[in-house]
Design a protein around this ligand. Sequence first.
Ligand SMILES: *Cc1c(COP(=O)(O)O)cnc(C)c1O
Length: 464
Amino acid sequence: MDPIRYISTRGAQTPLSFKDAVMTGLARDGGLLIPDRIPSIVDDLDDWKQLDYPELALAIIRLFADDIPEPRLRELITDTYATFAHPDVAPVRAVGPLHVLELFHGPTLAFKDIALQFLGRLFEEILEERNSRLNILAATSGDTGSAAIAGIRGQQRIHIFVMHPRGRISPLQERQMTSVLDDNVFNLAVDGSFDDCQLLMKTLFNDLPFKDAHALGTVNSVNWARVLSQIVYYVYATLRVMETTGAPGVQFAVPTGNFGDILAGWYAKQMGLPIRRLVLATNENDILARFFNTGVYAKGAVVATINPSMDIQVASNFERWLYYKVGQDPHIMARLMTRFAMEGRLDIPLDPCGHLDTEIVAGASDTKHTLATIRHFQEKHGYLLDPHTAAGVFVAQQFNEREEPMICLATAHPAKFPDAILEATEQDLAHHPMLDALETLPTRCDTLANSAATVKDYVAAHAL
Ligand SMILES: *Cc1c(COP(=O)(O)O)cnc(C)c1O
């Protein structure tokens, strides 16, 4: 079969190999890279029931990463998932009427480890082969920074610089990052807000001579390798739950921010996995829930919530889904995205029955319902949900009228959000030995002024 090529949703990028797509991240025309076809896995599912998580990951990832020799890909994947504390990597638990897919057994206890542990190794592999180097720049308000650092630490050909707003992230999340002392990791506390950090990122990346001179790159969620590695757990969980329940298909509920996680489920469905429906859950920042219920995608102001990884204004992976929705026409896409950039709004017509889409349904939770859901699941089932997972579970319950089993994605360990757990349960239940141990570990972090010139000087002085 012809190798898969990666093309842009906006049509103006020369098709790329998998490795080039990974190194490119965002397409040069501003669009997102997508595979030029979606392979079917329908005939493989029966055989795949026997596979453990790393074996299944290899079977799926090799369909898309066809320019890495299989024995080498196997090593990378085995290595990646050996960092997970649970023998199943992503275990599925029956909790009351639902199935909970625990994606938080990686090094930083959040689902982003599944993708970033793989991406870090993939970068290193490709850089080694090309005798090249990379300086990764990231801005974080929480989870992404620590998962990115954990994926890159100790690599020989990569330095990573992670900016966070000084004193404005939770002490736990700060320590998760700053307790990593590897020589290639640079934590930067910027005297400013998260928006300031993002603006600094933009300024540095827009300075093309600076970007090229220091081989700057990102690990952000539009990287195809991140979406790809997330397809695996949808297949894994579906096979497990079909086996234990005897059901012919399943549904998934996904707490959503940048639309990367649920997009992976959508691809799994297109590949032929019997997912009957995807339930998208947001918090008060409900741009996506509103979109799937009205067809209007309109930017609003971001509010801070108890599930901060869902606090988004524009979902960066949404463009991939929209591309398929408009019939894979890059000209329509280029037009729509230009309009969105100008007007901050898109309108997609509903079908005659008043639906936007039959594959994805959506709803929102808020602080009150999320806390009540945490409390209820703790009292009734003795199971502690983190606030992101709880928002997904709350919305899942609104849509659980069908027969197919409902699998809720658990995206973070509850111990990462002790304040919300305390508020919900009035008990100090949220602990994890790894997080408790952070209290006493030494940390390293440099404080920088909120100034592009200062950050540039710093990066130039410490870049590989
Ligand atoms: C990043 C994140 C999400 C949102 O995932 P997206 O791919 O951005 O939709 C949900 N929960 C947690 C804990 C996260 O870290």
